[in-house]
Design a protein around this ligand. Sequence first.
Ligand code: RFL
Ligand code: PHB
Length: 394
Amino acid sequence: MNQKTKVGIIGSGPSGLLLSQLLYVNGIESIVVEKRTRAHVEGRIRAGILEQGMVDLLEAAQVADRLRKEALIHGGIALQFEGNAHRIDMEKLTGGKVVTVYGQNELTKDLMDAHEERGQSPVYQALDVQISGIEVDRPTLTYTKNGEAFRVECDYVIGCDGYHGVSRSYIPSTILKTYQKIYPFGWLGVLADVPPVSDELIYNNHVDGFALASQRSKTRSRYYIQCDLDEDIKEWPDDRFWSELVHRFGEEVGSQIITGPSIEKSIAPLRSFVAEPMRYKSLFLAGDSAHIVPPAGAKGLNLAASDIKYLSDALIRRYKTGKVDLLESYSDKALSRVWKSIRFSWWFTSLTHRFPEHEKGDLGHKLQIAELDYIVNSKAASTSFAENYVGLPY
Ligand code: RFL
Ligand code: PHB
């Protein structure tokens, strides 16, 4: 079957859904193709911290009603090291900026519901997605669904298909340059319906490994501990997870952690990755298809949002005025912000995790403590930290 649209979008993660919703609000039609089911995409427990820029974009996309009612606003976070937690007052240090706590899966649900309401849901279970003709005027997306072949003719193809997607591979290898660092550890995350240990997030440096106390609501906690890459999740029954978490948070915080049955548990590998350029002819990359950050710093989803802001502005301008200048500058503009978040996330990971080359409590660990101590005690350093954490300007 043949279809025609203006913008063909691959992937219905937050990048793809937000882009198509913003285009819709501005009267520009698009088609989203997604290889998984709606339930699968919606069920992925991932990010939870939104910068103000992303919240503003969700408002512009007219999908922020539930978020406005249910999200939590955080004006600070704590950095814990050597057993003591130190609050960074981000709101005060940045002249009033805060972050919003709202699960990525809730946000995905809101976006999917908005698509469904307007009768334009993504094409789920679209298999074998391929792109052709990005070098000519009108590229084409092809896919199969339930054994039937489909062909979508469009003006632009947007690769929002994540790190493992297909779109990046359509940029010729003579043009594409990738940068990557794989970290020698992962994060073991648990979601549980228990009240969070603290009103705000606590990032904890411990000689046995990093730990993070996060949350989704006043009654739902999200905790992470640094783990080895080859850990088998089956070796981590709830009791073992809670006892390691309590141990890493130490006397003061650990003893206050309320435990309960996990409702989700998973291990995520950590990497820094950037693909340049983020545009080739009529193919544009956005979100995780072009870059990955380690999760300390909570930048992945927020970077996807800034890409979508630049790209939606560029496409809206193209369709409203015929001008393609913002499409031409998209890759450079997006990458300039991407690299700053890549740097912040890499630096914050280096400062808070235990590295295999560190003997317990060796020089590397001592240097981390000295820098953390500097951050929490120097106004200049804590301001710089806060400025990055709440999100650099778009
Ligand atoms: P996604 O979410 O990976 O969506 C890509 C979609 O494309 C589909 N797809 C295809 N569809 C059709 N054909 C193909 N060939 C396809 N290949 C793939 C996939 O099925 C999928 O639905 O990318 P997107 O939209 O760019 O969104 C990126 C975010 O999901 C990601 O950056 C964040 O989750 C990262 N992240 C965090 N970011 C934050 O800003 N704050 C956080 O607090 C935060 N915490 C996290 C995180 C990521 C984590 N994990 C597990 C990676 C915590 C964790 C544990
Ligand atoms: C989360 O709540 O999932 C979360 C929070 C902060 C991070 C990473 C993940 O830095």
